[in-house]
Design a protein around this ligand. Structure first.
Ligand SMILES: [Zn+2]
Length: 273
C-alpha cells in the first residue's frame, strides 16, 4: 500500500513523486524528484526507470516519462536532458532547447546543470545515488537543475549554477531556494583514502568534520558539503532544504547504483510556470 509522507520539508505522494515544500509553496514552478515506483519497466529496471541511456526498452522509458511528467504537470516534450559527464559545466537553455533528450535523444549537450528564466522548458537531471539539486530564484524567476555526483560535489558544480543565475539573470543569493534531493547519504557513501584526500583538498576541515572513518574506509556527508558550497555563495541557511532519504537504504523507493550495479535512473525536474 502506498504511504504518503511529509518530512524534513519534503513531501512524498506515496506514488512516484517527492517534492520540496518550499518550492511548491512559491506557486512558481512545477517540479519533482522521481521514485522507482509505479512505472512500466521490468527486470532490473522495475519499474519507473527514467534513464534513456540504460539498456531498458526505450518504449518503457518513454512511458515512464509520460507517467512521471503527468504527475508533476509537465509536458515531457518540453524537457531538456544533458549528456551528464560528471563535469562542473552548467549551461543556459531556452525554449529552443525544449525536447532535447526525450524527443531528440541524439542531440544532447554535454553538461551537468542547466539554468533558464523561460517558462515552458523543463530542466531535468538524472541520478541513481548522485545528488540532484533544484534551485529557484522566485524574485527574478530563474531556475536551475544540477547533477552533483561526488565529482560534481568536489568541483562545487552547485556554485557554478548559482554563479550563472547571478551573472546572466541578475539573481541575488539571498533569494535563492535550494532543494537537495534523495541521494546516497553518509550511511552508504563509502570511499577509500584516495577519494577522501581529494575532498580534504577541496573542502579542508569542512570535509574532515563531515567524514566518519571506519577501518580503512571513509563515509562522507556530501549533502553537508553541498550545503557548505551554497552557504559560501551567500544562499541563506533557511532557504536550503535537504531530503534525508538515502537511495541505498530505501530499496523499495529508489534505484541505487552502489546497491545494484546496473540499474535504473531517477530524475529531478523543474519548470517555471
Ligand atoms: Zn544509506
Amino acid at each position: 500500500m502506498a504511504i504518503s509522507m511529509h518530512k524534513d520539508g519534503f513531501s512524498y505522494d506515496g506514488h512516484r513523486v517527492i517534492s520540496c515544500d518550499a518550492l511548491s509553496e512559491t506557486g512558481l514552478v512545477r517540479h519533482g524528484f522521481s521514485t522507482k515506483q509505479e512505472g512500466t519497466s521490468s527486470g532490473i529496471f522495475t519499474s519507473l526507470n527514467l534513464g534513456i541511456h540504460t539498456s531498458d526498452a526505450p518504449e518503457a522509458v518513454r512511458q515512464n516519462f509520460s507517467l512521471f511528467c503527468r504527475d508533476i504537470g509537465v509536458d515531457p516534450c518540453r524537457a531538456v536532458f544533458a549528456k551528464q559527464v560528471h563535469s562542473t559545466v552548467v549551461l543556459p537553455v531556452t525554449k529552443k532547447d525544449a525536447g532535447k533528450g526525450f524527443l531528440c535523444p541524439g542531440d544532447l549537450p554535454e553538461a551537468d546543470g542547466f539554468v533558464t528564466n523561460e517558462p515552458g522548458v523543463c530542466l531535468a537531471t538524472f541520478c541513481a545515488d548522485c545528488t540532484p539539486i533544484l534551485l529557484l530564484d522566485p524574485v527574478c524567476r530563474v531556475i536551475a537543475s544540477v547533477h552533483s555526483g561526488w565529482r560534481g560535489t568536489l568541483g562545487k558544480i552547485v556554485c557554478e549554477a548559482v554563479r550563472l543565475m547571478q551573472t546572466r539573470f541578475g539573481s541575488e543569493s539571498k533569494d535563492i531556494i535550494a532543494a537537495i534531493g534523495p541521494s546516497i547519504k553518509q550511511c552508504h557513501f563509502e570511499v577509500d583514502e584516495e577519494v577522501y584526500l581529494q575532498f580534504l583538498g577541496c573542502f579542508g576541515e569542512i570535509a574532515e568534520e563531515n567524514t566518519v572513518k571506519k577501518g580503512q574506509k571513509y563515509y562522507i556527508d556530501t549533502d553537508s558539503l553541498n550545503v557548505h558550497s551554497l552557504l559560501g555563495m551567500g544562499v541563506l541557511a533557511q532557504n536550503i532544504h535537504v531530503c534525508k532519504m538515502c537511495t541505498y537504504c530505501e530499496e523499495s523507493l529508489f534505484f541505487s547504483y552502489r546497491r545494484e550495479g546496473m540499474t535504473g535512473r531517477m530524475s529531478g525536474m523543474i519548470e517555471l510556470v
